[in-house]
Ligand binder design. Structure first.
Ligand code: GTP
Length: 158
């Protein structure tokens, strides 16, 4: 279990075990690759981030992850794997989020990207994300580097 503070000084607990905080999490976040690039979305308020959002009624978390990637980037998920789960003790309540790693096979232009301005392809995630105003707060705590490290270490599994 990894415990650290987020951008807003809320406590975050991150685990790579099988859904330790909830088997029915309400939020998902998807670290996406398209060909050799990372696939992010440009959130209108928060800035650049990997796609994600809330699980809707009647959906599994994995189904929500696949839907959110399409809605926010136009990316068709080819493969998706659960990586871990994190718990944020937020000021307005706790949130539990599943993290997935997905590979996208096609990027298609959408009529709407919902609350985002659509896809952003990057050949690498810059080192200064934490201090870069273009990036969302959800990219600015320990979740991103730890999950990227996990993906790199387990590359043979994905
Ligand atoms: P609505 O409920 O649709 O209005 O959206 P919201 O952004 O207010 O609610 P959400 O449940 O998505 O998030 C509530 C709070 O939880 C945010 O303001 C953050 O403080 C925190 N939060 C949500 N997602 C994350 C995340 O990925 N990382 C961290 N560290 N905090 C998060």
């Amino acid at each position: 279990m990894n415990i650290f503070k987020d951008y807003y000084n809320n406590e975050v607990k991150l685990s790579f075990a099988d859904q330790p905080f909830s088997k029915t999490p309400k939020h998902v976040w998807v670290i996406c690759k398209f060909k050799d690039n990372w696939l992010l979305t440009k959130h209108k308020d928060r800035g650049f981030e990997f796609p994600g959002g809330k699980v809707e009624k009647g959906e599994t978390a994995k189904q929500a992850a696949i839907r959110e990637v399409m809605e926010e980037t136009g990316g068709k998920v080819k493969e998706i794997a659960y990586i871990g789960q994190y718990f944020v003790a937020g000021k307005g309540g706790n949130i539990i989020k599943n993290v997935y790693f997905a590979t996208v096979s096609d990027l298609t232009q959408q009529h709407t990207y919902f609350e985002t301005d659509g896809p952003l392809l990057l050949d690498s995630i810059p080192n200064d994300v934490k201090h870069n105003d273009l990036y969302s707060f959800i990219m600015k705590d320990g979740v991103l580097p730890q999950c990227m490290g996990y993906i790199e270490k387990n590359a043979d599994k994905f």
